[in-house]
Design a protein around this ligand. Structure first.
Ligand code: SF4
Length: 431
């Protein structure tokens, strides 16, 4: 992939739809104060020395991609990690200025930043709000100290409550809180206590993920050695079903397997992933679906900084760039794009519109998937949508899974989509 290819790109050379219109920007901040035991995202502790070089690299990558984004309007910006709330206000200002300098940004764009309660301060929150960040996504996970210790999270439940109060005082009126259920030795009652305490904070959005013990994490090795039991999927299923009822009663609309929002507060950025629309991911390990390609940046932050520096200097010297930060990519064929659209769309309660699918791909869903759709009522559906797990039966044309099965799939895939892209064909990044 070269800069020439990017600059030469036009809708007719790509999948035929990436193309001019709305764009979602994802910026990956890979730094954390400590690596949590369950986390397999592209995040690192002990790399503080790289921070001074990382911000300029991100800004240079913004500049390198800018020619391809001409004519696009950025509707959502998402700072994911890692821990973006560790980023200094000066660095955040430099990055947000870079976005506004090089890209057309919608006046009502959604600007989300992921935050850890521990690192947030009132001054930082006011500063972020002044920079235009208008949505915070806070990693809470549990409101029980022993569960937070199991997950190796540094905050306390009281700190979560303080941080929410401080965020409100700073002017944030769009808050997401991330929670994890299906923990090791978890019970329905313990999860209910966490969720009730969080509901008292009246967040606009809640993401509830089932714990997955991911290979090569500290938690995985503890389970492998028999020091901890595996999570019980039946408990997780009970917790998930109760969660759906409780959040509906509290006025939250479930719009994705793991995501609930007050009316009008669904995460616009994450909807882009699930609707298989274009997004540009910048930073170490970030993924993109842009200019008709699925692309993945190099994971290691030091190699990312080196590659961006080389790409940028090459462009300055010759007007050309090999875009060496892109470690992998592919141009998905039409069959893959159709499958991606269905796999992602079925995560949403709205499902996939049969009419929009036909218009986008020039083929009816039943004809595209044939036997895979047999037994469903997609084609004759009065609502004109194919829906998957999570949908209420009365809203569905077809159901592909039971909700209790679905809840076991909510952790990794959804967190990836929430935090950095669906990672369908390439290795995904984070949440
Ligand atoms: S869970 Fe979040 S805070 Fe913990 S190591 Fe992973 S990215 Fe960092």
């Amino acid at each position: 992939m070269t800069l020439e290819q990017i600059e030469a790109y036009s809708p007719s050379t790509g999948s035929g739809r990436a193309e001019k219109g709305a764009l979602a920007l994802y910026l990956h901040i890979p730094f954390c104060t400590a690596k949590c035991g369950y986390c397999d995202f592209n995040s690192y502790e002990g790399l503080d020395h790289l921070v001074p070089d990382y911000t300029p690299a991100l800004i240079r990558e913004l500049e390198l991609w800018a020619p391809a984004a001409r004519g696009h309007r950025v509707d959502t910006v998402f700072f994911g990690g890692g821990t973006p709330s560790l980023t200094s206000l000066d660095d955040l200002r430099a990055i947000t200025d870079g976005i506004r300098r090089h890209y057309e940004v919608a006046p009502d764009a959604e600007w989300t930043l992921e935050a850890n309660p521990t690192e947030l301060t009132a001054g930082h929150l006011h500063g972020m709000r002044a920079l235009g960040i208008n949505r915070l996504s806070m990693g809470v996970q549990s409101m029980h100290p022993d569960e937070l210790a199991l997950l190796e999270r540094a905050h306390t439940p009281e700190r979560v409550e303080e941080a929410v109060r401080e965020a409100r005082a700073a002017g944030f009126d769009n808050l997401n809180l991330d929670l994890i259920f299906g923990l090791i030795r978890h019970t329905l009652g313990r999860w209910q206590e966490t969720l009730e305490r969080v509901l008292a904070l009246e967040p606009e959005h809640l993401s509830c993920y089932a714990l997955t013990v991911e290979p090569a994490t500290a938690l995985y090795y503890q389970v492998q050695k028999g020091l901890l039991p595996e999570p019980d999927p039946d408990v997780a299923a009970d917790q998930y079903e109760w969660t759906r009822e409780r959040l509906a009663a509290a006025g939250y609309e479930q719009y994705e397997i793991s995501n609930w929002a007050k009316p009008g507060r669904a995460c616009r950025h994450n909807l882009v992933y699930w609707r298989a629309e274009p997004y540009l991911g910048l930073g170490a390990g970030a993924h993109s679906f842009f200019i008709g390609r699925r692309l993945a940046n190099v994971d290691a932050p030091n190699r990312y900084v080196e590659a961006i520096t080389a790409s940028y200097e090459q462009r300055q010297a010759t007007g050309k760039s090999t875009m060496g930060q892109v470690a992998g990519g592919e141009v998905p064929d039409e069959t893959t794009l159709r499958a991606d659209a269905m796999i992602l769309g079925l995560r949403l309660l709205e499902g996939v519109s049969t009419a929009e699918f036909a218009e986008r791909f020039g083929i009816r869903i039943d004809d595209a998937f044939g036997p895979a759709m047999s037994g469903t009522r997609a084609s004759g559906c009065s609502s004109g949508r194919v829906t998957g797990c999570g949908s209420r039966r009365e809203d569905c044309c077809s159901r592909t899974r039971s909700s209790s099965t679905c809840c076991r799939t909510t952790s990794r895939q959804t967190r990836e989509a929430s935090d950095g892209g669906p990672g369908l064909s390439l290795r995904p990044l984070r949440a």
